[in-house]
Design a binder for this molecule. Structure first.
Ligand code: GLN
Length: 480
């Protein structure tokens, strides 16, 4: 049984107090931050109570990424420009998780405005990888992944614009799901690149991540991009196995950037899948090599527009003593934004400017369509799901890529394609290289999370490489 289900069962059976596991989680979060090398998974650590006593998440502590609006806890997006900002409304995903009985356990650290792959771009402090505290947890949902991997919570919410749920899940040895674009409401998710952003879930196991995703999915009239489609019961995918499933392996994801040791772990995973009855065959997604450049035109272009609202007037911090309205804008933004955010705004503004728009933004939109078409052709050819590495390397050391933005951007070469195409993806732990977790990714056609969860659940039980060892989110409260 998953940790979430077990907690919900015990709380609903009245075996323990409603806040029993929440208090345990608070203790563990504080413990993780004590000592010589604090974990720093959280930017704020307080709770918001579940709304219902019954539900699939009854009494389950859920960590929430700091770009998802909560009504009592601050929402800073890891940025100084929103320091101390408390939203007047609650994100739909938070409302839903509390309606299912879940409790918000703090807001997790992240790269500023979700721009980054290591959580080192947080305007506050970096988060460490619980498996090796000299290393990054990945990003941008690094705090959420670390909180799950450290056994503080069984599941957490993150957001994924180009890999920010899946890549930190891989680095920390937990499960991360990015659903189909439109499956989950973006209402109350602070916008980075609106055509790519999706809320996703992280969990200690496929079941934990799935149960949280199930609770927050579905149509929301407050988000025009949320789809009016029924959400299937994904628990029906557990234990089905992979017998008869056709799994495609895209040749373009096994490139020279891929660490040979990670490639080897992936090959072992194919063998397991084959032994379990899956048909595994090589396929081609020819436009894959344009994905990173396409993403790094489109995402900054959208960001430069979305971030225009931080003007020092409406939200967060304002530069003191500015003598004109232009000076308020300029000084507040200069003080409030970190280097990576400034870089993205400049890239995006350039790509959208008159004279360059067609050459950059227009062309990137056309390439995006080709990347989506590559996937559609593979599905039409009888492939049920694709299997790839999640990231080219295991977790790197803090500081290793901070001076080389392109090296940092390449951490996402296998994840940005799903966002560009709008399709769902899941990363699960499939093994280790020198003690560091390696993630494998399943990708599926739009709206077919069920198939991808089925394959991931099967591979999880075949490899046995589930999270654990660092901590167990089921451990109970000390004062209970
Ligand atoms: N690492 C990518 C970026 O920096 C993706 C981030 C994300 O998914 N939010 O943009």
């Amino acid at each position: 049984m998953s940790a979430c289900s077990e907690i919900a069962r015990r709380v609903q059976a009245g075996e323990v107090e409603r806040d029993h596991f929440v208090r345990g989680a608070l203790d563990r979060a504080r413990e993780a931050d004590s000592g010589d090398v604090p974990l720093h998974a959280f930017l704020s650590l307080e709770t918001e109570e579940g709304e219902a006593a019954e539900g699939s998440l009854a009494g389950v502590p859920v960590a929430v990424k700091d770009n998802i609006c909560t009504r009592e806890l601050p929402t800073s997006c890891g940025s100084r420009i929103l320091e101390g900002y408390v939203s007047p409304f609650e994100a739909t995903v938070v409302r839903k998780l509390r309606a299912a009985g879940g409790w918000v356990l703090g807001k997790t650290n992240m790269d500023e405005f979700a721009m980054g792959s290591s959580t080192e771009n947080s305007g506050y402090r970096p988060t460490r990888n619980p498996r090796d505290r000299a290393r990054v947890p990945g990003g941008s949902s690094g705090g959420s992944a670390a909180a799950v991997a450290a056994g503080i919570v069984p599941c957490a919410l993150g957001s994924d614009t180009g890999g920010s749920v899946r890549q930190p899940a891989a680095f920390c040895g937990v499960v991360g799901i990015k659903p189909t674009y439109g499956r989950v409401s973006r209402y109350g998710l602070v916008a980075f690149a609106s055509s790519l952003d999706q809320v996703g879930s992280l969990g200690a196991t496929v079941e934990d991540a799935t149960r949280l995703l199930q609770a927050v999915s579905g149509h929301d009239p407050r988000d025009a991009t949320s789809a009016d489609r029924a959400v299937p019961d994904w628990a029906a995918s557990f234990g089905v196995g992979v017998d008869g499933l056709t799994i495609g392996v895209p040749a373009e994801y096994f490139t020279e950037e891929l660490d040979p040791a990670v490639a080897e772990v992936c090959r072992e995973a194919f063998d397991r899948l084959r032994e379990a009855g899956a048909r595994v065959r090589e396929v081609s997604l020819p436009h894959t090599r344009y994905a990173v450049p396409t993403y790094y035109i489109l995402a900054p272009a959208e960001a430069s527009s979305n971030l225009a609202r931080y003007d020092g007037v409406r939200y967060g911090v304002r530069a003191p003593g500015a003598e004109s309205i232009d000076a308020v804008y300029e000084e507040s933004r200069t003080r409030g934004f970190g280097a990576e955010v400034v870089r993205r705004i400049m890239l995006g503004t350039f790509a959208l400017s008159a004279g360059y728009y067609d050459a950059y933004y227009g062309r990137a939109q056309r390439v995006r369509a080709l990347i989506a078409r590559d996937f559609r052709r593979v599905w039409a050819d009888g492939v049920d799901v694709l299997f790839t590495p999640t990231s080219p390397t295991p977790a790197f050391r803090l500081g290793e890529r901070t001076t080389d933005p392109v090296a940092m951007y390449l951490s996402d070469i296998y994840t940005v394609t799903a966002n560009l195409a709008g399709i769902p993806g899941i990363s699960i732990p499939i093994g280790a290289v020198e003690g560091l977790p390696v993630g494998g990714q399943f990708l599926a056609p739009m709206w077919d999370e069920a198939r991808m969860i089925q394959a991931a659940h099967a591979l999880e039980s075949l490899t046995g490489a589930v999270a654990g060892g660092v901590g167990d989110a089921r451990r109970e409260g000390t004062d209970a």
